[in-house]
Design a protein around this ligand. Structure first.
Ligand code: ZN
Length: 557
């Protein structure tokens, strides 16, 4: 029987039910029955996560619904209580490490060890304050109402104009965007100033010197640290920055511009960035064909999602912005939420978000909840990897004429993202190493790093980014510290899948599917190596793929 989204339910927990569930697991552990305790606990966690995912998804689907909002507030208020019970159980399981790892393998223990090291009831008020500050930033940006050529648009609404083939339109869109940031400068500075001081205080309460090691633990990174990441940033600086500089110089010359400005960077294809060849229903039908041809398991899985109501892709009033993939561990089928806007972004829903969804589906049989999703840098390999593995089928999405242009645009975009991504990461390392810096100091830090990683940037008359304010548009810097490097690490791996698929498509695809099935059973570098890829932290990981990308794009480096 085809699973249906409409039939997914989970019991609504409350403080009493959480305490009862915890007591039942404790009783089994008291008796020394670790397998039964693990099994019962995992059953509770799947129920809880399914319930929480449903509540958050329903709110995103209709932010105007009072019931959905009340449910979400209830879930958010209950979450710290659930975390405390989880931490207590994880502590007991870590005391039974041998019996547990015989069932789960060692990785679960390393993950729970990270969770224990980042939580203490003493920092609960700080965690609450942190989420209040992050929410203020989100609300500030979400509330943007920008007058643009007679329309009122939000920040996301400017994106299509910012990549318009017409140069004056792109410039006007960026002027409007940065005008909003300039008008809110003091609030943006104040929120981040509060967040960095708060995070530093939290770290010292937990006996770390700075926030950085705590931030790495919160990301559940168990097999690499800041020194590895710094070496990776150097690889990007040495191998990718020169290539992107050449590509941008070529674009400048092709257009006959005297200089390439910041607002020219988003127009990757001189003829206009290729867009989808049709609307929502057209793309769904084409995606069905694409996945059938790509891999029989992907074709079957896409049919399950489509027929079972696990896709919500159209833009509509009161729907939350953005896109994501969420999951219901009791059912095993994930859900894709998106807002189509008619640009190439819509194609990413079927390549990027489907990569996440397919991984979650393939690893639904993993024994414990912790392994249903891997840590974020690994999770983005599945999404960014599928973006490249779907290359041969892009004629279905953008039409035969535009398919080659789409592939070039995608590859150039993937490469150009790396310098920006590592700049965002390097910036945060400097911020948390200097917790007493002033907002003006932070703008100066960003400017200095920008000159290393993006020496080509020319903001022209855009005063706000020109004085070092560009980083304030990146929500991860506010809401998800140290997250951003994950996209760049995954991109390095995805580019390896691209290079592999060009000499042996079937082999690359089989390795990709196997990697999806492993879910989060191991840490990042273990997953990467088991897929036949080179760890981004190894010397030369980027050099080879960058050389192949340069050759593909016809650029000498
Ligand atoms: Zn993703």
């Amino acid at each position: 029987m085809t699973p249906s989204f409409a039939t997914i339910t989970a019991p609504r927990p409350d403080r009493d039910s959480l305490a009862r569930d915890r007591a039942a697991v404790d009783a089994l552990l008291d008796r020394g029955d670790v397998p039964a305790a693990l099994g019962l606990w995992d059953h509770h966690r799947r129920d809880y996560e399914t319930w929480s995912s449903l509540i958050h998804l329903r709110f995103a689907q209709d932010t105007g619904s009072e019931t959905a909002k009340a449910d979400r507030d209830y879930a958010d208020a209950l979450a710290p209580e659930a975390t405390e019970h989880e931490i207590a159980i994880k502590r007991r399981l870590l005391n039974n490490a041998d019996a547990v790892s015989a069932i789960t393998g060692a990785h679960a223990l390393a993950l729970w060890d990270s969770d224990l090291a980042t939580f203490d009831p003493a920092i609960k008020p700080a965690l609450e304050e942190e989420s209040r500050l992050s929410a203020r930033y989100t609300a500030l940006l979400a509330g943007a109402r920008i007058d643009f050529r007679g329309q009122t648009v939000n920040l996301a609404g400017l994106d299509a104009f910012a990549q318009d083939p017409d140069r004056a339109t792109r410039h006007a869109a960026e002027s409007a965007r940065w005008g909003f940031f300039a008008a809110n400068a003091s609030e943006l500075d104040a929120i981040y100033d509060d967040l960095t001081r708060l995070r530093h205080r939290m770290a010292t309460q937990l006996r770390y010197d700075t926030y950085t090691p705590l931030g790495y633990r919160r990301m559940r990174r168990t097999d690499y640290g800041p020194a590895d990441v710094a070496r990776y940033r150097d690889q990007v600086r040495d191998h990718v920055v020169p290539l992107v500089a050449r590509l941008l110089e070529r674009r400048r010359a092709e257009h006959g511009w005297d200089r390439l400005r910041y607002w020219d960077e988003a127009l990757i294809d001189p003829a206009g960035n290729p867009a989808p060849a049709g609307d929502h229903d057209f793309l769904i039908a084409q995606a069905r064909t694409m996945f059938d041809r790509l891999h029989p398991r992907m074709g079957d899985f896409f049919r399950v999602m489509d027929q079972g109501g696990f896709l919500d892709l159209k833009n509509r009033p009161a729907k939350a912005g953005g896109g994501f993939c969420t999951s219901f561990p009791t059912a095993g089928v994930p859900f894709i939420f998106a807002n189509f806007n008619g640009t190439h972004h819509d194609i990413g829903v079927f390549t990027h978000e489907m990569g996440h969804a397919f991984q979650n589906w393939e690893s639904r049989g993993q024994r414990i909840t912790d392994y249903l999703w891997p840590t974020m840098e690994s999770a983005e390999i599945h999404s960014m990897g599928l973006e490249f593995l779907s290359w041969p089928f892009m004629d279905l999405m953008v039409g035969a004429e535009a398919a080659d242009r789409f592939r070039r645009m995608h590859l150039i975009g993937a490469l150009a993202f790396l310098p920006y991504g590592v700049c965002v990461d390097h910036f945060q390392h400097e911020v948390y190493a200097n917790p007493d810096a002033s907002p003006a100091d932070r703008h100066a830090m960003w400017q200095r790093l920008e000159r290393i990683y993006m020496p080509w940037v020319d903001y022209g008359d855009l005063a706000y980014p020109a004085m070092g304010g560009r980083w304030q548009a990146k929500h991860h810097i506010y809401s998800s510290p140290f997250y951003y490097i994950d996209y760049t690490l995954a991109q390095c791996c995805a580019l390896q899948f691209w290079a592999w698929s060009r000499r042996d498509f079937a082999g690359a695809l089989e390795s990709y599917v196997r990697l999806c099935g492993r879910g989060g059973v191991a840490p990042f570098q273990d997953l990467v190596r088991s897929a036949g890829l080179v760890s981004p932290f190894s010397d030369g990981a980027l050099r080879d793929v960058v050389g192949q990308a340069a050759a593909f794009l016809g650029v000498d480096i």
